[in-house]
Design a protein around this ligand. Structure first.
Ligand code: SF4
Length: 218
C-alpha cells in the first residue's frame, strides 16, 4: 500500500476558532480549538450535537488545518469534538502540530484508542479525559497518558466513578476536576460533597465551572 505524505491526510473539521480555555486546569489561557466531526457516544446533556450530525463539517487536509491554525498566532491547540479519537487520522494531525511547535490538548471521552499514539512524542501532548455516564468507561491503553481527569457532576456521578484503582496514579496528582453540569447550583453543592469525600481519601480535586459559558464565549 502506498502511503500518503503526512500533510495530505484528511480530517473532518467542524470548526476552528480562537477562544480561551473554559474548562479544567488550563482555564483562561488563549487556545485555538479544532473541533473534529463524529462521536461514538450520545450524552443527554451534550452541548455540541452539531459535531456529529454528519453534515456540519469540512474535509480538510492536515496541511490546511495547520494553515488555519497558524492564522491565530496562538501556540496552544485544543482538539475537541465530538470525540477526537473517532477520527482515524488524529495521530497524524497531532504529530504535525507537535512538529510545528504547538502544545496540543486533546479533550476525549476516553472510550477509544489509536495504537499509532504509542509512538508519538508525548512531551507536548496533554490528554484531558472526561469519562461519561452511564458506564464511565476509559480505555486501558489511554489511562497512562491522561494528564487531567475531568468529571461532569450530574445526577449519575458518584464517588465510585472517580475513586477507582485504575486511576491510582492520576489521583495522586492534583488534576482531578469536578465540573458542575450546566453550572447548576445543585450540582455545585454535589461537587462540594464529592470534594470532601475525596479529601478523606487524600485526593485533592478542583471544582471548576464551564467558564466560557459564564462569559458567553464559544
Ligand atoms: S462524548 Fe462529548 S461530544 Fe460525545 S455526546 Fe458526550 S458530551 Fe457530546
Amino acid at each position: 500500500m502506498r502511503l500518503l505524505k503526512k500533510e495530505l491526510y484528511k480530517v473532518k473539521v467542524v470548526e476552528i476558532f480562537r477562544s480561551v480555555e473554559g474548562e479544567g486546569k488550563w482555564v483562561g489561557l488563549p487556545v485555538v480549538f479544532v473541533r473534529l466531526e463524529g462521536c461514538n457516544l450520545r450524552c443527554s446533556w451534550c452541548d455540541t450535537a452539531y459535531s456529529y450530525d454528519g453534515k456540519s463539517y469540512r474535509e480538510l487536509s492536515v496541511d490546511e488545518v495547520l494553515e488555519e491554525v497558524s492564522n491565530f498566532n496562538v501556540r496552544r491547540v485544543c482538539i475537541t469534538g465530538g470525540e477526537p479519537f473517532f477520527s482515524k487520522n488524529l495521530h497524524i494531525l497531532v504529530e504535525r502540530l507537535v512538529e510545528d511547535g504547538y502544545t496540543v490538548f486533546i479533550q476525549t471521552n476516553g472510550t477509544l484508542w489509536n495504537d499509532n499514539f504509542s509512538s508519538l512524542n508525548w512531551g507536548k501532548i496533554y490528554i484531558i479525559c472526561s469519562p461519561k455516564p452511564p458506564f464511565y468507561f476509559v480505555h486501558k491503553n489511554l489511562i497512562p497518558y491522561i494528564r487531567e481527569l475531568k468529571f461532569v457532576v450530574d445526577e449519575n456521578l458518584d464517588l465510585s466513578h472517580i475513586f477507582k484503582d485504575d486511576y491510582r496514579d492520576i489521583l495522586k496528582t492534583d488534576v482531578v476536576i469536578l465540573q458542575p453540569e450546566s453550572n447548576r447550583k445543585e450540582m455545585v453543592q454535589k461537587a462540594l460533597g464529592l470534594q470532601d469525600k475525596l479529601l478523606r481519601f487524600g485526593v485533592e480535586s478542583r471544582i471548576i465551572p464551564q467558564c466560557h459559558k459564564l462569559m458567553n464565549l464559544p
